[in-house]
Design a protein around this ligand. Structure first.
Ligand code: ADP
Ligand code: MG
Length: 701
């Protein structure tokens, strides 16, 4: 009935049935046998170790203790009603407490008998206690599979617990399922790869990830499953890349012509940095190989990505092709348009802008000019790909701020011309290497790792609430020098109401400190109508206001070179990459710039690391690595990326070595057997075939 027994729906497992199957689906997204087997434990408890009561301390994690229940009574009323048992071993006394399932406790826990109590101790009212301990009569053998040493602990939910599917329940389910299907589990990695990296078989790995007999077996199982997970992602990415190269010709930019040369000699107001030169060279080489370029340019804020983009677009123009550049927001598109038209003149190239707000009449004219080839460079927002825009011959697409652009959106662009245009993706969010390899593993990556010379590093300070007057004083001093200041407040969904109150209070205090007409303040937050936002931003951009108070809606790439101070309120509540992005709004002009991180006195450990990191370094790549360690990959990109980051076991922060091994292996395999035709790669071919039956973005063209 099902192509593999592992595709069988969970409801067919003995003791599951439709109701519990439904809860498993809704709560944990577990549909099939396969899903359940991949619901790996999130930790293990060493059940061979027993603790004495006098060994418990405030750092104790989950532990088990052998003792005797010497009394048991019901205390409190209503919601505080609970059963408290006194538990004793030869070293001391402690308490066991239940707030729920009181009836069960009443009937099953017997005063005078010895139990193994298991749980995490708390220190409360002068004694240690465990709430809702797992209890087993001491004589009993441990439950589960045979002699369990490392007990798996599974993620469960309140709802699942109601259906008897707590960690223990899931453990039973998975144990039963393993017994049933293990003989039918087939290997999915070629034997030569298992041999090369000394990885256990799929069968062994599945058994040992759930019920390891010892730490070594567990480690090997983990390594194998992580490798497998990363390997297949890389296979998919790199195979796509190869297919693209095979299928799609790229337009050739083999000529450096008048536009590039004139721009370089007559227009460019500065000397390019070595990093900019290197990246432009990489783009040059990429665009004359006859295949489509898919390149990601990573460069910290202010590293000069616009010049690189512009020169690439001029290169396209020189070869008879049009280019376009897309930004994630209207304001950014307008800024790009402004900075590019400032760098070039009409007699060099014709540049136009198209956004969602473009008037219908302009739009119609624009469409004609694009089709006739009168326009060389089009700058715009997403509207560009949604719009009925037809180019005469689009040769290059520059996408600014990749992290808001999915794979599918990239693919849509290809419909804009017969031969797919070269694609250059620019991101100012430095991404750790492992993350880049996973998210953009099908792209080539260039890094602009150098700031233009003479740029003064931003000085960052961390001030506490008590030093607020100093901060205001500093703002006044800088404004007196003619500078502008950003003040940013957090506005985080979960605590939006409170945040808005803080914002209002902050604005009130600042209006008092910075009264009109001596000072002008622009205020921008998410609740405002778009037009008002635009207006306020423009006031600040034009230098008509000295202070910009904003919530995080403040645009990622806004460029106001005269702004030299960034004050971040409640800085401890922002993530590292966000702090770094915000700080990047200043330090864009010739003046010394400053970033002031305001925080309350109480800081979490993590909050402290974040602020210290910000004070210590300006290096976006270093910051992104620390961010990855602290938060994990999902949060860094800010969006759930097309399932690529839905890793079950591998951790991009800690599994760099395995990732590199997996990627290298795939690279070698594809170099050696590009179409995966060799018999030893049959399993890999099968995997790709299966993928192709699903949606693959190579289909869209
Ligand atoms: P980002 O990489 O953040 O997009 P931009 O392209 O906006 O950076 O450049 C930031 C500022 O640095 C701009 O004002 C730009 O004119 C200037 N700039 C770029 N490259 C150089 C360079 N090689 N030398 C001096 N200034 C530069
Ligand atoms: Mg930029």
């Amino acid at each position: 009935m099902f192509s593999s027994v592992l595709d069988t729906p969970v409801e067919f497992i003995k003791g599951v049935g439709p109701t519990r199957a439904d809860v498993l689906k809704k709560e944990l997204g577990l549909f099939t046998y396969q899903d359940l087997l991949s619901h790996y434990p999130f930790r293990y408890i060493d059940r061979t170790k027993y603790f004495k009561i006098n060994q418990i301390n405030s750092d104790s994690q989950y532990i088990q203790i052998i003792g005797r229940v010497i009394s048991k009574k019901v205390i409190g009323e209503k919601r505080a009603k609970r059963i408290v048992a006194v538990f004793k071993d030869d070293t001391g006394l402690m308490e066991l407490v239940w707030f729920q399932s009181l009836k069960w406790v009443d009937e099953n826990i017997t005063v005078g008998l010895a139990y193994v109590a298991f749980g995490k101790p708390n220190f409360f009212n002068g004694t240690f206690s465990i709430s809702h301990p797992e209890m087993e009569l001491y004589q009993n053998k441990p439950t589960g599979r045979g002699n369990l040493t490392l007990q798996p602990v599974y993620n469960s939910t309140e709802k699942l617990k109601k259906f008897n599917l707590d960690s223990k329940g899931l453990q039973r389910l998975i144990a039963g399922l393993l017994d049933l299907v293990i003989p039918q589990v087939v290997e999915n990695l070629p034997q030569y790869i298992l041999d090369k990296y000394q990885l256990p078989s799929k069968k062994m790995a599945l058994l040992n990830i759930h019920f390891p007999k010892n730490q070594q077996d567990l480690n090997a199982a983990e390594r194998r499953l992580k490798f497998e997970e990363l390997f297949f992602i890389q296979l998919q990415l790199l195979n796509n890349k190869h297919l693209r190269a095979l299928k799609f010709k790229g337009v050739n930019f083999d000529k450096v012509g008048e536009k590039v040369n004139r721009f370089y000699k007559e227009f460019l107001p500065f000397e390019l940095t070595n990093a900019q030169k290197r990246v432009i060279k990489e783009i040059r080489l990429d665009t004359q190989r006859g295949v489509q370029m898919n390149r990601l340019v990573q460069g910290d804020v202010g590293s000069g990505k616009t010049a690189v983009a512009l020169m690439s677009m001029l290169l396209a123009n020189d070869n008879g092709y049009q280019a376009c550049m897309m930004a994630p927001t209207e304001i950014l598109a307008r800024q790009h348009y402004a900075s590019i038209t400032e760098l070039v003149t009409d007699d060099l190239v014709r540049v136009a802008i198209l956004t969602g707000n473009s008037k219908k009449k302009e739009r119609t004219i624009l469409h004609k000019q694009l089709e006739s080839g009168e326009i060389d460079i089009l700058i715009g927002t997403h509207a560009l790909i949604e719009d009925k825009v037809q180019f005469k011959n689009l040769g290059l697409v520059v996408i600014d701020e990749q992290h808001r652009f999915g794979v599918e959106q990239r693919a849509k662009l290809w419909r804009k011309s017969f031969i797919p245009p070269h694609i250059l993706v620019m991101t100012a969010t430095p991404i750790p290497r492992t993350l880049a390899m996973t998210l953009y593993g099908d792209l080539d990556v260039s890094v602009i790792d150098e700031l233009p010379a003479g740029r003064k590093p931003i000085e960052t300070r961390h001030l506490f609430e008590g030093q607020r007057m100093r901060m205001f004083g500093f703002m006044k001093q800088e404004i007196a020098k003619g500078r502008q200041v950003y003040v940013v407040y957090p506005l985080i969904k979960e605590s939006e109401k409170l945040d808005l109150l803080h914002l209002e209070a902050g604005i009130e205090q600042m209006s008092y400190q910075f009264p009109r007409p001596d000072y002008q303040m622009s205020i921008v937050h998410g609740q405002m109508p778009n037009a008002d936002k635009q207006f306020e931003m423009q006031q600040f951009i034009d230098g008509k206001s000295q202070i910009m108070v904003a919530t995080t809606v403040i645009e990622v790439g806004v460029n106001v070179p005269n702004a030299s101070v960034m004050v971040i309120e409640n800085a401890e509540r922002f993530g590292l990459s966000q702090l770094h992005q915000l700080r990047g709004r200043v330090g864009r002009g010739a003046e010394q710039s400053f970033c002031i991180l305001m925080s309350g006195n109480k800081l979490s450990k993590e909050g402290k690391v974040r602020l210290e990191t910000m004070v210590r370094t300006n290096n976006g790549f270093e910051i992104s690595e620390i961010d990855l360690q602290l938060r994990g990959p999902g949060d860094i990109t800010g969006t759930q990326q097309s399932g690529v980051l839905d890793l079950k076991l591998a951790d991009l922060a800690t599994d760099q070595v395995i990732l590199q091994e997996a990627r290298n292996t795939v690279i070698q395999i594809l170099e050696d057997d590009m179409r995966l035709e060799k018999p030893e790669n049959a399993l890999l071919k099968a995997y790709i075939k299966k993928l192709e039956r699903g949606i693959s973005f190579d289909k869209i063209s």
